[in-house]
Design a protein around this ligand. Structure first.
Ligand SMILES: [Zn+2]
Ligand SMILES: [Zn+2]
Ligand SMILES: [Zn+2]
Length: 423
């Protein structure tokens, strides 16, 4: 183990990204590990159980001059934004019961025992004094990146954060902004996910026949409607965003007789008669639609009895934002250096996902049961489910994309349903 060379402490380094005056200490612990740490950000001995505990799970009581760890008492969670976090643990002193923050928040608060002089660090460490605390508080911290993103981020991964409301970002305005950037899968030879994984199964399950009335909900720039029209179906596409202008343009240039309407899926029942369509498709859009319950209800309404409804979504369990990726070593681009982590499967709040720099999109994570129960409620009987898996040929053709990726886990979920007759 080389103790001579300077190796930045993982936490100092992370905090420095947020508080630029934060000093970066040399890591002296766990130098061979994933997260080498300085003395300040290492472990402290609990005065009760004597265990050595990670600094973010132990608190200092300046009245009793003692440490208490989380395992010895029952901690409370306090929601407060600081550094890269959005909460801290408040830990009652095992002796006097006074609530003290765990050392990560104590440091930010300027009450760490090293900062107030209760203890002297045994080893060399530069202790930060948050003299710019007011300034810091005025800043917007990027604390909303989820756990593993923060701990060992891929560097260039998709960023996502949870939103409490949709004031600033809505599915419509984010897709409006993306409309000019979006490249249709047919226009991009290198396009992989839509062309090779999703669309083949969507088309197979929909099994469009000549003269069938088919509705594409959230048709976007028109990939699916154009495919269906070329196969002889009578196609209608609706979309609430400016993406549909691209479909309208394409239809003007190369007429296939597609009816295109800028329409919210929530208005479907006002525009079309009950049971009007033989089939409905919704490709890679339900997870971008805020009110999926109303949307499914309306789809069931405009679908005839025994009609088919097929939809594809990002996989509720294995795709963003329910899951994220951990890369060891950090930044490695090889897929074998990567593990997939589930972290927010039940969190149905909207998420902001940045696939493209400056063009975030809003996504609604929902557990599989939420989708299935809503289908059941609307008399939509599941006939087949598909979790597209990359074939050997696909791995051969797109090794960087498919190998140890879509050949080992499902990134998309496609469901075929049939509307049962009410009677
Ligand atoms: Zn440190
Ligand atoms: Zn303890
Ligand atoms: Zn105490």
């Amino acid at each position: 183990m080389d103790l001579q060379g300077f190796q930045p402490c993982f936490y100092c380094f992370e905090y420095n990204k947020i508080a630029t005056d934060y000093p970066i200490n040399n890591a002296i612990h766990d130098r061979d590990g994933f997260t080498p740490r300085c003395h300040l950000h290492w472990e402290y001995n609990c005065s009760k159980c004597e265990s050595s505990v990670h600094f973010n799970g132990i608190a200092w009581c300046s009245s009793c001059k003692e440490f208490t760890c989380r395992s010895c008492v029952r901690e409370k969670m306090v929601r407060e934004e600081f550094l890269c976090y959005d909460y801290y643990y408040s830990i009652p002193c095992h002796r006097c019961g006074k609530l003290n923050p765990a050392l990560d928040f104590a440091e930010y608060n300027g009450t760490h025992p090293f900062q107030i002089g209760d203890l002297k660090p045994k080893e060399q460490v530069v202790v930060w004094m948050p003299i710019y605390k007011e300034e810091l508080e005025a800043q917007k911290f990027p604390h909303k990146a989820w756990g593993s993103e923060r701990i060992l981020s891929t560097g260039e991964s998709v960023r996502h954060k949870r939103l409490e409301s949709l004031n600033e970002y809505t599915p419509k305005n984010t897709w409006d902004a993306l409309a000019s950037k979006w490249i249709s899968p047919e226009e991009d030879e290198e396009e992989y996910h839509h062309t090779h994984l999703i669309l083949p199964d969507v088309y197979r399950l929909l099994n469009a026949k000549k003269d069938e009335e088919i509705l594409d909900v959230a048709c976007g720039e028109g990939t699916v409607v154009r495919y269906l029209a070329k196969h002889g179906a009578k196609v209608t596409g609706i979309d609430i965003s400016n993406m549909i202008d691209r479909a309208i343009e394409r239809e003007k240039k190369d007429k296939l007789g597609i009816r295109l309407l800028k329409l919210n899926a929530e208005e479907l029942h006002n525009e079309f008669e009950r049971g009007y369509f033989d089939k409905v498709v919704c490709n890679m859009a339900l997870m971008d639609i805020a009110d999926f319950k109303v949307t499914l209800k309306n789809i069931a309404h405009v679908l005839k009895d025994n009609g088919i409804f097929v939809f594809s979504i990002t996989h509720p369990a294995f795709a963003w934002p329910a899951s994220t990726t951990l890369r060891i070593p950090k930044g490695s681009k090889r897929n074998e250096d990567r593990v997939r982590i589930i972290q927010n499967y039940f969190d149905e709040r909207p998420s902001l996902i940045t696939y493209w720099e400056d063009f975030p999109s809003v996504c609604f994570q929902r557990p599989i049961s939420s989708y299935v129960n809503e289908l059941v409620k609307n008399n939509l009987e599941i006939m087949e489910m598909s979790e597209p898996k990359a074939s050997e040929e696909l791995v051969e053709k797109f090794p960087g994309k498919a190998y140890l990726d879509n050949d080992i886990f499902a990134e998309f979920l496609i469901i075929k349903t049939r509307k049962k007759s009410d009677s």
